[in-house]
Each structure stands twice: as structure tokens, then as C-alpha cells.
Design a protein around this ligand. Structure first.
Ligand code: ADP
Ligand code: MG
Length: 437
């Protein structure tokens, strides 16, 4: 019997028979690939692999240590990984001529949970759907990622489309691409025909117009024409029109002409209501404590909540089990771990230093100047949220007394985020930068 198989036998005594039969039995030790410091096990599919990795790799490493006196790294891989090593994944090619996305039919008002954080924007959108081109024109919705901006704008679109109105939904990037393409092909009349003759124009994420002078110029005229004709325009952005750098003044003033409504991150009760709604829609059954747990752990992104729910559902179906709190905890641990695995404190320090023009050594010093304190706060906040570092580790890294100093700083920063829009935007911007790099 190979050592790996022996380890698996040993594991049998450590866990319940049920657990063993369900997961571990499907695992095979890969003798050929394994080395003294790296043990490979093969799992039948991705879900089982990542489940076993999260739940059992510690135990496996420990058993190796007992047995062989060395603690290898544990990899749970797929059969196909072993065969296909080095092979490149086939590239997906998106059709380049798609310029206009369709509306998502499930983005309706019925499927949208209202709460204090989004009530203003949702009510405004509802009114617009009842009286397009009349009351709030344009309607400008702004707020953080995954909070329902696109959903709300499309909810209006779905209602008007059902009334046979012509609705165009586009992102500012698609609009820009469409514009340059028509310009290049000298078919601008067709471009104008399309955008200036619709009943409802939905432009998503207009912050990407930033710095694009010609597109802004064109959009300004689209806007004027539509509004003169009493047609409705809805725009979304991650920030208030005034805060979008590189946007022409006259366009900013047009954006503010109707109603500017913000969406805030959902409060706990709203998050719970959203989770329950999503479970209803997707026929997922979750105990109350699991719902509360997810709502507490996922801070402020509804899209992320959806991701977690579908992951939980997939695992639960695959393993034929009822979801309980420890199951949910394992899945969330893995989810958060995946997100954090790739970012280090050093990455963050380097990026904050470059972006804010403060030397790394200064950020880690005890300097009290405003710029340094500002940079340090941002670095600590990002390190706490985007890496797996513990508070004591952070304290050590940033030269602070102990973990209470970090926890104090975090409290201070959370207050700032709540009360200082500019600070929140900076954090969002840098956080996006680091996670997408
Ligand atoms: P944004 O455009 O603000 O980044 P989206 O509109 O794409 O966010 O929303 C992200 C996901 O979360 C969508 O699937 C949307 O249906 C869902 N969602 C956001 N807010 C709510 C809400 N209040 N009720 C129900 N679903 C929501
Ligand atoms: Mg969106």
C-alpha cells in the first residue's frame, strides 16, 4: 500500500464513516506525481476537490507528518489537470459585432427588494416607469458595485418594453464603441437614428465616458434631442455626476437636471430580505441562522450574495445534504479565502504608495502628517479586507503596538467611510485596482 493510501486509511479513523464514504472514498492518491514535500490527490470533480481541499487538507498534512515526519503541501487535483498540464485553455472569442445587450427579464421591480438603502432610487425608478419622460428626466442613479443600479434601470426598461416602447439598453463603453465604429464607417446617420429615436435610453456606468471628449460631445447631442422630444433617459454611475473626473461641465449639468438618486449598501435587514427573495426565486431552502450568517459576513455587495447562494446550492445538490451553519461556514471560508489568496500586504503597500505618492517606509512609520496618516489608514483597511493577515500580523507590519491599535484604526476608518464620500470612493477605487491587477 502506498503511503498516500495509508494516510487515507488513517483519515478513516479521524472522521465519521458517513463523511468518509461520501467524500474521501472518491479520492485517489497520485503516487507518480507526489514528492516528499508535495502530495497529490485526485478528485472526480471540481466541487469535491475544493470541498476536500478546504475541509481536509490540514488533516491530511498532519497525518503525513505523523507518518513520514515531513509535512507536504497537499494538492487536490482533477484527473484532467494531470493529463492536460501545460495545455492551454481554448480562448473564448466574443462576437465583436454585438453592440446592444438585451434586457435581463428577471430584473423587475417584483424581484427587487426595497429597503432604506435603496428606497429613494427604487421609488424614483418606479415613478419613471409610470410616467416616462415626464417627472424625473433624466434619472441618474449612482452607488457602489453590485447594489442594484443596473437592475433598477432595466426594471424600467422591462416595463416600457412590455408596452411596446422602443428601449435601448447600453453601457457607456458599448455606446463609445458603437460611436467609433459608425464614425469610422461613415454611417453616423444610422447611429443617430438609433439612439435619438428611441423612447427610453438606458446608459449604464457613464463614469466610463470620463476623458472621452468626442463621445461626450455626441452623447450631449443625443441627450438634448431625446429630452426635447420628451423621451426618457436613465443613467447609472459609480459616483455622483460632479465627482466624475474628465466629464464636460455641460454634460454634468444635464446629468443633474432631473433627479440624482444614490443607492447605499443594504442594511442587515435588507440583506436578509434579499437573501430570502433570492432563495424563493431559485428554490433554495436555507435555515434562518444560515441566512443571518451570510447577511452578516457579506458586507455590501448583493452580487456577491448571489454568488454565495449559487455555490451553496451547487454543493448541497451535489452532495445531497441539507445546508446547515457549519456547511455554510465552510463554503464562505473558501469563498473569502479565494478572494484573499492572491493579495499580499506588500502588494497593497506598494500600490497605495504609488497611488498616493507616499513612500512605503513612511506608511509604515509613526509619521503623523495628514498625507501619511491618510495613506496608512487606507493601506491598513485594504490589508485587513483584502488579505488573510490577522490583526497582530498587521500591527507588526505597520509598526503599531498591538492588535487593539489596528482594531481602533479600523473603527475610525469605517466611520470615515460612512461619513466621507471622497474617502469611500478612494477606498473603492484602490480596492478595485488591487483585486483586478
Ligand atoms: P450594480 O449595477 O449596482 O453593480 P446590479 O444591478 O448588477 O448592481 O446588481 C447585482 C445583482 O444583485 C443583480 O443580480 C441584482 O438582481 C441583485 N440585486 C441588487 N440589489 C438587489 C435588491 N435590492 N433586491 C434584489 N436583488 C438585488
Ligand atoms: Mg451595473
Amino acid at each position: 500500500m502506498s503511503v498516500g493510501q495509508e494516510i487515507l486509511e488513517m483519515l478513516k479513523d479521524e472522521i465519521s464513516e458517513n463523511e468518509y464514504n461520501r467524500y474521501i472514498k472518491q479520492l485517489k492518491f497520485d503516487e507518480k506525481s507526489s514528492l516528499i514535500d508535495h502530495a497529490y490527490f485526485v478528485a472526480p470533480n471540481k466541487l469535491i476537490a475544493s470541498w476536500i481541499k478546504t475541509k481536509y487538507s490540514e488533516k491530511l498534512a498532519h497525518l503525513f507528518e505523523i507518518k513520514t515526519e515531513s509535512r507536504p503541501q497537499i494538492s487536490i487535483v482533477l484527473e484532467s489537470d494531470l493529463k492536460g498540464r501545460g495545455k492551454k485553455a481554448k480562448k473564448e472569442t466574443a462576437p465583436s459585432n454585438v453592440i446592444q445587450s438585451l434586457l435581463n427579464a428577471s430584473h423587475t421591480f417584483e424581484n427587487f427588494v426595497m429597503g432604506g438603502s435603496n428606497q429613494f432610487a427604487a421609488t424614483a425608478a418606479k415613478s419613471v416607469s409610470e410616467k416616462p419622460g415626464d417627472i424625473y428626466n433624466p434619472l441618474f442613479i449612482y452607488g457602489g458595485v453590485g447594489l442594484g443600479k443596473t437592475h433598477l434601470m432595466q426594471a424600467v426598461g422591462n416595463i416600457l418594453q412590455a408596452k411596446s416602447k422602443s428601449v435601448i439598453f447600453t453601457t457607456s463603453e458599448q455606446y463609445l464603441n458603437d460611436f467609433t465604429r459608425h464614425l469610422r464607417n461613415s454611417t453616423m446617420e444610422r447611429f443617430r437614428e438609433k439612439y435619438r429615436k428611441c423612447d427610453l435610453l438606458l446608459i449604464d456606468d457613464v463614469q466610463f465616458f470620463s476623458g472621452k471628449t468626442e463621445t461626450q460631445e455626441e452623447f450631449f447631442h443625443t441627450f438634448e434631442q431625446l429630452r426635447n422630444d420628451g423621451k426618457q433617459i436613465i443613467m447609472t454611475s459609480d459616483k455622483h455626476p460632479k465627482k466624475i473626473a474628465g466629464m464636460s461641465d455641460r454634460l454634468i449639468s444635464r446629468m443633474e437636471w432631473g433627479l440624482v438618486a444614490d443607492i447605499q449598501p443594504p442594511e442587515l435587514e435588507t440583506k436578509i430580505a434579499i437573501i430570502n427573495k433570492k432563495c424563493d426565486i431559485n428554490k433554495i431552502r436555507l435555515p434562518k441562522d444560515v441566512v443571518n450568517y451570510i447577511a452578516t459576513v457579506i458586507e455590501n455587495n448583493v452580487r456577491e450574495i448571489e454568488g454565495i447562494l449559487s455555490k451553496i446550492r451547487a454543493y448541497a445538490q451535489l452532495m445531497h445534504i441539507e445546508v446547515d451553519i457549519s456547511f455554510a461556514q465552510t463554503i464562505l471560508k473558501e469563498h473569502l479565502g479565494e478572494k484573499k489568496a492572491n493579495v499580499t500586504i506588500e502588494n497593497i503597500l506598494e500600490m497605495v504608495s504609488k497611488e498616493l505618492n507616499v513612500k512605503p517606509a513612511e506608511i509604515r512609520s509613526k509619521g503623523r502628517s495628514r498625507v501619511i496618516v491618510y495613506a496608512r489608514r487606507i493601506a491598513i483597511y485594504l490589508a485587513r479586507n483584502l488579505t488573510t493577515s490577522s490583526m497582530p500580523e498587521l500591527a507588526k507590519f505597520f509598526g503599531m503596538k498591538d492588535h487593539t491599535a489596528i482594531s481602533h484604526t479600523m473603527k475610525k476608518i469605517n466611520e470615515l467611510i460612512k461619513n466621507d464620500e471622497d474617502f469611500r470612493l478612494k477606498i473603492d477605487e484602490l480596492s478595485n485596482k488591487i483585486t483586478s491587477s
